[in-house]
Design a protein around this ligand. Structure first.
Ligand SMILES: C[S@@+](CC[C@H](N)C(=O)[O-])C[C@H]1O[C@@H](n2cnc3c(N)ncnc32)[C@H](O)[C@@H]1O
Length: 863
């Protein structure tokens, strides 16, 4: 067997490693310089070369090979370099003045044509630090290069593709005529290194030291606008491509985090959205502001929203913006007032217009209005249709429903055309407002009421257009808000790589919920009012009066985090449901799960993911006494609570749980599987019950914690999203539970694949058929009168034998012969063997078998 080869990491013995060995180079990196030189030809004409960070000397070897003879070649490295003919080497740190002096001493008045730099700090610490010190090293090497390079010279350096890359390139481009980055083929793809070849050194007389100062180049470049002094190279604007995040600190003199804005400033301010984003609270302190608090438009919600702006969601912001608009209108701050004034003026001018023009303008206005309304209606109808189609794709709706919904939609469109309730309401509100304003003696824009004639018509027109105006404004603000929210989400997406995954997961969950939602019909109006639960028999078409089955288990699965107190949903497929048969069957199957909730208190558990479904297990674990006790509890809870209680029913599988430990576990795991209890937490709880570590009541009591009765109503979605991550009970899991789940998974994995199972079943079935046939024939033989009993017995035995062995191929008999002399290499047919034969080496056979076994085990381990 050959020597094991390193296949990973830097020790990988690749093509260039071997080539370097073959050609006598000290490092495989020599090929990088060879390839760079092949592309740019800088070594052939060079008479003086400095190699910074040169150990072990691969590049020096290349330089000495490709440069003309008698060239000056100087190599520097932290570590000493083994001597190379015609090459001078030092051991020095290239970042120190000592190194510069050494080089200077060696070159005297000479200038270098080429400066090479392949430096890399010792890797192994944090990548960011490595990258940064490599960039620093590059800058240090550039510092030496600009000092020693002749005009038109070449500087070749290794750079790591890091955040500083662009800054470095920018600096190079200020000092060299041509700057190109390239990755030679010998540089490993996995490496972040890249080589920058800077040609045609501009040799400026004076270089701003900031150009070579790492602190400046890598940190504050964006803010500087420096110039190279005394040369034609001008660097007026320093803007590297890389974006650096500007972190805003506190404003000068403003060190408070909690900021308030007065309602007046918010109402009169020009940028309400910015205000909502900046401040924490809108305050009402002046007399006028306090009056605003008493206005009808300042609802309790608005007040609550003003109280803490930081917890608001999009909807709440919209509400505040609408409120602001209304107040602005009332106080004549908004365009509406102007519009209305203008309109009044226009009306006055209109009187002077001739009748025909008036009519045509009125017609045009009406047409636009009708068109806008139709457009809105169309959009709404489209939304409804899209939703319905989506629901149908998810098999949540029968095509028939689409017709209905469309009909509904068209009906509502029609209605809207005839009488738009919303619009009418708006008009009424509008009038009420005007009246109220008059009463309060506030300034009101008279829209024609005063003259008494056709006042109402005019008022309607004004109302209509001002409403439209208001809608338009609100729409604009909403669009702006939406945009801001989208930008925020995009930013989040950019920052958080996992955001997309999370979003996708959330969408899937929603889809799942929707799907489950159709399995358990949850329409409010379909709730049966007397049965206290859906009757499975009724669904099946049987006429039964008692409700045997309860749906809570499924309900639980489907409802997820539904607040138990907020009106529970129940499983109620309608009796004459239009569901396809397969779906009905599936539903019935789902319902056949035997677990039942036993108490109202237990329902509270449903509010928490892991407790959900435990109910059934719990119930099954109870003995009769406990059950009785439980039912007492039920009654008491029923009396005090106002939420719905599903009557507990007897479970036919309950006895299995009392039998013995083994059976219990098996039944439990099966039951748990049915209940979907496949989380480690759920198994832990189940095991606690089985092992009698905790009683059911104790577990229920544990279930009441600070997470139990959370109302999510009215909370902004972003807040809930955030809370969902951490605000949940932490149920400790045991090793045993994890092991049980693993074992379950392993058992699942070990099942034969469907094809194999089917083939086996087919074989069995065929054998059974053959046997049956043979039995029939045997019956016939038995009935035959022309045979003796002995003959009959023989015949029957033969038939049965045939029936049994049919389908089975007779195994060939294998005769084993020891071939003498085979181990000595004597080949050919062994003596005394006739027909086909194969030579078998017993040892080899064993080895092959052992190897196969090892492979198999290895595979299983990896799986
Ligand atoms: C990848 S090796 C150079 C290989 C070289 N080009 C060759 O072909 O043999 C990087 C070298 O940079 C050197 N180095 C790192 N920091 C240095 C420093 N501050 N001054 C001098 N050499 C340094 C290391 O000692 C190391 O030998």
């Amino acid at each position: 067997m050959g020597k094991a080869q390193k296949k990973t990491g830097k020790g990988r013995l690749d093509k260039y490693y071997k080539l370097a060995k073959e050609q006598g180079y000290r490092a495989r990196s020599a090929f990088k310089l060879i390839q760079l030189n092949k592309k740019y030809n800088f070594l052939e004409q060079a008479r003086c070369c400095i190699d910074l960070c040169a150990a072990p000397g691969g590049w020096l070897q290349v330089a000495s090979k490709y440069m003309p003879t008698n060239s000056v070649i100087v190599g520097v490295d932290l570590v000493p370099i083994k001597p190379i003919p015609h090459v001078v080497t030092f051991a020095a740190d290239i970042t120190t003045p000592h190194c510069r002096n050494l080089i200077q001493g060696e070159l005297k008045d000479w200038k270098a044509d080429v400066v090479l730099h392949d430096g890399a700090p010792n890797v192994g610490t944090a990548w960011i630090q490595d990258a940064y010190s490599q960039s620093e090293l590059v800058l240090m090497s550039l510092k030496l290069a600009v000092q020693f390079l002749a005009k038109g010279g070449t500087f070749v350096t290794k750079v790591f593709r890091s955040v500083d890359y662009n800054n470095l390139i920018w600096v190079f481009s200020q000092l060299f005529g041509k700057v190109e980055a390239t990755k030679p083929p010998s540089s490993r793809n996995v490496s972040a290194e890249i080589f920058v070849v800077c040609r045609d050194f501009l040799a400026p007389k004076l270089i701003d030291p900031k150009f070579l100062d790492p602190r400046h180049v890598f940190k504050e470049l964006a803010s500087s606008a420096d110039k190279i002094v005394g040369n034609d190279v001008q660097a007026n604007v320093f803007h590297p491509e890389k974006k650096r995040r500007q972190r805003d600190g506190y404003n000068d003199g403003d060190y408070t985090l909690f900021k308030t804005i007065s309602a007046t400033d918010f109402i009169q301010g020009e940028d309400p959205i910015a205000a909502l984003g900046t401040f924490n609270k809108i305050t009402f302190e002046t007399e006028q502001e306090k009056e605003w608090l008493d206005l009808d438009i300042t609802t309790e919600d608005v007040k609550a929203n003003c109280d803490d702006l930081k917890v608001l969601g999009k909807g709440d912001f919209k509400m505040l913006l609408r409120w602001r608009l209304k107040l602005r209108e009332e106080y004549g701050l908004d365009v509406k007032t102007k519009d209305t004034k203008e309109m009044v003026e226009t009306v006055e001018v209109d009187e002077e217009m001739d009748e025909e023009q008036k009519i045509s303008e009125e017609l045009a206005r009406l047409n636009t209005e009708v068109a806008a309304r139709a457009k809105r209606a169309r959009r709404r109808a489209n939304e409804v249709r899209t939703k319905t189609i989506q629901r149908m794709q998810l098999q949540m709706t029968a095509p028939l429903d689409i017709g209905l919904e469309q009909h509904d939609a068209s009906l509502s469109i029609g209605q809207e055309d005839v009488f738009d309730l919303g619009e009418a309401e708006n008009q009424m509100n509008k009038r009420a407002q005007i009246k109220w304003l008059n009463d309060d003696g506030l300034e009101v824009v008279d829209s024609g009421d005063s003259d008494g004639q056709n006042g109402s018509d005019q008022e309607e027109d004004v109302g209509l257009s001002s409403d439209e105006e208001q809608n338009r404004k609100v729409d604009e603000l909403e669009a702006e808000l939406d945009n801001l929210y989208d930008t925020y989400k995009d930013r989040l997406r950019e920052r958080d790589a996992k955001f997309k995954v999370k979003e996708e997961r959330a969408k899937n969950k929603e889809r799942e919920k929707e799907w489950n939602g159709i399995q358990v019909t949850d329409d409010e109006d379909m709730e049966s009012d007397d049965s206290g639960g859906w009757n499975r028999d009724e669904f099946d078409g049987n006429d039964t009066s008692s409700s045997e089955s309860s749906d809570d288990e499924d309900e639980d699965k489907n409802e997820g985090e539904e607040d138990p107190l907020a009106g529970r949903k129940r499983l109620r497929p309608p009796k004459d449901s239009a569901l396809p048969t397969a779906k009905r069957q599936r539903l019935v199957k789902t319902l056949e799960s035997p677990s039942k909730p036993s108490s109202a208190a237990t329902h509270l558990w449903f509010s928490q993911g892991v407790f959900s479904g435990l109910n059934g297990v719990d119930d099954l674990n109870m003995n009769d006494d406990e059950r009785e006790e439980e039912s007492d509890e039920d009654e008491s809870v029923e009396q005090v609570s106002d939420f719905e209680i599903v009557p507990a029913s007897q479970d036919d599988g309950a006895d299995t749980w009392d039998a013995n430990g083994e059976d219990q576990s098996a039944a439990k795991s099966e039951r748990m599987q049915k209940l979907g209890l496949d989380t480690a937490e759920a198994v832990t709880l189940a095991q606690m019950l089985v092992n009698r570590q905790k009683t059911k009541t104790e577990l229920i009591n544990d279930g009441f914690n600070r997470y139990s009765l959370n109302s999510k109503e009215g909370l902004p979605s972003w807040f809930l999203d955030d809370e969902a991550k951490y605000y949940k009970a932490n149920i400790p899991i045991t090793k045993e539970a994890v092991a049980a789940l693993r074992a379950k998974q392993r058992a699942l994995d070990a099942r034969p694949i469907k094809k194999v199972a089917e083939a086996k079943a087919r074989k069995k079935m065929r054998a059974a058929q053959q046997l049956e046939k043979a039995m029939k024939k045997a019956d016939g033989v038995n009935d035959a009168s022309d045979m003796t009993e002995r003959e009959k017995a023989k015949q029957i035995e033969r038939l049965l034998q045939k029936g049994k062995s049919r389908g089975k191929k007779a195994k060939k008999e294998i005769k084993v012969v020891v071939a003498k002399g085979a181990h000595k290499g004597i080949k050919g047919r062994p003596k005394g063997v006739k027909g086909r034969y194969s030579m078998v080496d017993a040892r080899m056979k064993k080895e092959v078998r052992a190897q196969k076994l090892r492979d198999k085990q290895h595979k299983r381990k990896r799986a």
